[in-house]
Design a protein around this ligand. Structure first.
Ligand code: FAD
Length: 485
């Protein structure tokens, strides 16, 4: 009998737990520890942020789904990991703190044979003074944030209907922020909604980004096949923004926000400001903030986690110059570099280095996007981690027949750019692999035949279809496992 504990019911952890519960029925125990009683389909929060979906359409209660799956669900936060056990017992355990009403603040020790840390990103609003929905900017990173953003966006729309000009500033709110794709999607949707209301003449739309060039998206940009031509994502992205009437500020590291004004430094070292009426800026991401302790109660967090709080896995973390980065540095199976029965899936694993070239201003401020880990790789990593653990439990062999290197796997990203069955638009981009492999693909860094970009209504239908399909899968409805990650 084996006990597998998963921390975090997001895209990665929920995928892992779904496979574990399906294939580890008899005599084994699968435990999910996650603080939010709901699963949320994060990509559709964009539509909540423009009032086209309600929070209820992008979330559902986890407890009944886990009951059906036979998963022991604890609505709690993982606080610390004890991979060597303690003085009394060698068995690894996690300390959790309940957030559910009935057990609030109760602390419990949960032992495990295998642990998957899938705690995603901590939305580090504190990393930028004045940033976030409690301060001066909006967010669409959770359904609550997105609903709050929509309330504020409506205020701006009302002002415009009364003839008042409004400036919208959307992009990254930290010099090292990632997830540009989500912000990009949001600004296109705002532009679409403004156009729908025929208020364009009263809108100043601005994109602010830490990217060196537009279309970098934290993956060093890409060359994509489009209408038979090879186009850099820089041109692809700039042309979409122009078409939607959006101007841009690039190479910008936002350092502080005050009411109606953003302060930023650019790569030339200039300190500048940009005024706004409505701003949605993505925060920096860090690990969930858990600590790790050795058998004697000694703090071993530095061994288990990287400086950003994400978990160190089977990657090559040797510090090396950009020119020496290699596809081989990227992890294959996400096993902790320190403990064999601990894994980190999705955003919770520490990337070995960036994908985009690191850039620094003359003042020493690092301004560039850190690597994104979007939904598709997060889901795939969750799945292969579960499959490897299932394999080990069933065979007794510590081996990893399933691998999912981001330098070998492709990803599709659909950036919706307007909603509606006939008028909806989306930019569809696929890259393969996500991390460039310059040895295998010396010309473009990626397989150019699988790296494509298209804009059109079909993409919108796909995005909408994916919303329903992935929520169906996450609810573990019949034959859910046939739907790919
Ligand atoms: C607005 C937005 C739009 C996006 N759109 C797309 C898109 O169109 N396509 C795409 O591919 N990707 C998209 N992404 C990215 C995608 O959502 C992420 O890649 C994905 O959610 C990462 O999965 P994850 O499981 O690693 O983290 P998450 O989905 O964030 O899940 C982490 C989970 O861990 C829980 N948790 C946190 N701390 C603890 C703790 N201490 N103990 C236990 N549990 C904890 C959290 O509550 C959460 O349930 C978007 C992201 C955003 C913000």
């Amino acid at each position: 009998m084996a006990k597998v504990v998963v921390l975090g019911a997001g895209i990665s952890g929920h995928t892992a737990v779904s496979y574990l519960s399906k294939y580890l029925k008899k005599g084994h125990e699968v435990v999910m520890v996650s603080p939010n009683s709901n699963f949320q389909w994060v990509p559709s929060n964009i539509w909540v942020g423009v009032g086209l979906m309600t929070p209820d359409q992008v979330k559902f209660k986890l407890a009944p789904v886990y009951k059906k799956m036979g998963v022991n669900y604890k609505q709690a936060l993982g606080v610390s990991i004890h991979p060597e056990g303690d003085k009394e017992n060698d068995k690894g355990y996690v300390t959790i703190k309940y957030v559910s009403e009935e057990k609030k603040d109760t602390v419990e020790k949960v032992t495990y044979d295998y642990l998957i840390n899938a705690t995603g990103p901590k939305l580090n609003f504190e990393g930028t003074e004045g940033l976030g929905p409690k301060k001066f900017t909006q967010s669409v990173c959770t359904y609550d944030h997105a609903a709050h953003a929509w309330d504020n966006l409506q205020e701006s729309f009302k002002k415009m209907e009364n003839g008042e000009r409004q400036t919208f500033l959307i992009g990254t709110g930290h010099p090292l922020a990632t997830c540009q794709g989500a912000a990009f999607e949001y600004i296109l949707n705002i532009a679409f909604e403004i156009n729908k209301r025929k208020l364009n003449h009263l809108a100043d739309l601005w994109w602010i980004t830490n990217e060196y060039e537009l279309g970098d998206f934290g993956m060093g940009g890409a060359y994509i096949k489009r209408n038979g031509y090879i186009t850099p994502t820089k041109i692809f992205t700039e042309s979409i923004l122009k078409e939607y009437g959006v101007r841009w500020i690039k190479q910008a590291g936002v350092s502080k926000v005050e009411e109606g004004v953003v302060h930023y430094e650019n790569l030339k070292g200039e300190l500048k400001t940009k005024e706004f009426d409505f701003a949605m800026l993505i925060p920096g991401f860090s690990g969930a903030g858990m600590k790790a302790f050795g058998k004697e109660g000694n703090d071993i967090s530095e061994i288990v986690f990287a400086a950003n709080g994400m978990m160190k896995v089977d990657a090559d973390y040797t510090v090396k110059p950009f020119e020496e980065w290699s596809a081989k540095d990227w992890p294959l199976n996400y096993q902790s570099s320190a403990y064999k029965n601990v894994y980190a899936a999705g955003i919770a694993f520490a990337p070995p280095h960036g994908i985009s070239k690191p850039m620094q201003s003359p003042n020493g401020t690092k301004i560039f996007p850190t690597p994104p880990r979007t939904g598709m790789p997060s889901g795939v990593i969750g799945k292969i981690t579960a499959q490897n653990i299932i394999h080990q439990i069933k065979t007794g062999k510590i081996e990893h027949p399933h691998e999912a290197s981001m330098a070998k796997m492709g990803a599709a990203c659909i950036v919706s750019a307007g909603y509606g069955i006939r008028k909806g638009q989306a930019a569809v981009m696929t890259v393969n692999p996500i991390v460039q492999d310059w040895e295998k693909y010396p010309k473009w860094g990626r397989n150019i035949n699988d790296t494509v970009g298209v804009v059109g209504t079909a993409g919108h239908w796909m995005k909408l279809f994916m919303h329903y399909m992935f929520i169906y899968k996450a609810k573990a409805k019949p034959f859910w496992w046939l739907i790919p990650e």
